[in-house]
Design a binder for this molecule. Structure first.
Ligand code: A3P
Length: 305
């Protein structure tokens, strides 16, 4: 926390500006990520690294808190040691100096490390595959993802300007958005799970029965969880608790980075909020695009519970 306070004090709010997008091998990335891609490609994963990977807004922070709790036997004090972005570095994020990049944080961390990424499968640093690292992938239905990502663009001052809702929807559906096409992302990782140790989970399943899904995580990580601890983890990681947890809700960041007055990071935390945003025509269009682009993949998403 001391490091973060000092780094933020040195950061000139006037210099925080919205990123541009750069296309890399067919995927749009934030300009800073694209500029550091070689560094990222050369990242040396260790065999005991665990990677939490998602398309943005799929419930990454939720899974990060779940994993940290599972790894620490449900000890809330240990999980309050630092904000989530410090506990589990985001390797493809390269913020403005003097804030350390996720890669720098990862490199300073003792093993075993847990890391976060939003990279599509084809841009993941090869050492993760070479070292046979475990990966937990979380996917969320496209409609709720779009809504959540729109509001996140509004409040996160480092992301490109989203424009209005109609403009954002168009950018999203054409893949001209940070971390690229949602359709390619969820399918790329879905196919990869047949060749690598990947636990592929769905936001909707976790929402439906968090205890059942936490047990899947524990099993994947070879951790035994007695019932009282499992209950503790379920309680600690539910939306209402995480919204109030300063180590999980990003309120440790100043307004000029994330302006939570515009939209809170812990916004709604439900399945089906898309219904309050889409017109009938927009909804039909997404259904049509989804059935075309996901055809034959075997992937099925629920948009309501
Ligand atoms: P909404 O904007 O729909 O509310 P990410 O961490 O990948 O950026 O995802 C953020 C989304 O996950 C936000 O969705 C946020 O509210 C939701 N979220 C975070 N913690 C959650 C929890 N414990 N339960 C349910 N949803 C959660």
């Amino acid at each position: 926390m001391e490091y973060l306070r000092k780094a933020l004090e040195q950061l000139d709010p006037k210099l925080v500006k919205r990123s541009k997008l750069v296309e890399v091998e067919g995927t749009f990335l934030l300009d800073n990520t694209a500029a550091n891609l070689e560094l990222l490609r050369n990242f040396k994963a260790q065999p005991d690294d665990l990677l939490i990977c998602t398309y943005p807004k799929a419930g990454t922070t939720w899974m990060q808190e779940i994993v940290d709790m599972v790894q620490h036997g449900g000890d809330k004090q240990k999980c309050a040691r630092a904000p989530i972005y410090k506990r589990i570095p985001f390797i493809d994020l390269f913020p403005m100096k003097p804030i350390s990049s996720g890669l720098e944080m990862a490199e300073e961390m003792p093993s075993p490390r847990t890391l976060k990424s939003h990279l599509p499968v084809q841009l993941l640093p090869p050492s993760f595959w070479e070292q046979n690292c475990k990966v937990i992938y979380v996917a969320r239905n496209v409609k709720d993802t779009i809504v959540s990502y729109f509001h996140f663009h509004r409040m996160n001052q480092g992301l490109p300007d989203p424009g209005n809702w109609d403009q954002f929807l168009k950018s999203f559906l054409t893949g001209k958005i940070a971390w690229g096409s949602w359709f390619e992302h969820v399918q790329g990782w879905w196919e990869a799970k047949d060749r690598h140790p990947i636990l592929y989970l769905f936001y909707e399943d976790i929402k439906e029965d968090p205890t059942r899904e936490i047990l899947k995580v524990a099993h994947f990580l070879n951790v035994e969880l007695p019932d009282p601890i499992l209950e503790e983890i379920t309680e600690h990681t539910k939306f209402e608790t995480m919204k109030e947890n300063p180590m999980a809700n990003y309120l440790t960041l100043p307004d000029f980075v994330m302006n939570q007055a515009l939209s809170p990071f812990m916004r709604k935390g439900v399945v089906g909020n898309w219904k309050e945003h889409f017109t009938v025509a927009q909804n039909e269009k997404i259904d049509e695009i989804s059935s075309q682009l996901l055809a034959g993949s075997g992937l099925v998403f629920r948009t309501e519970l």
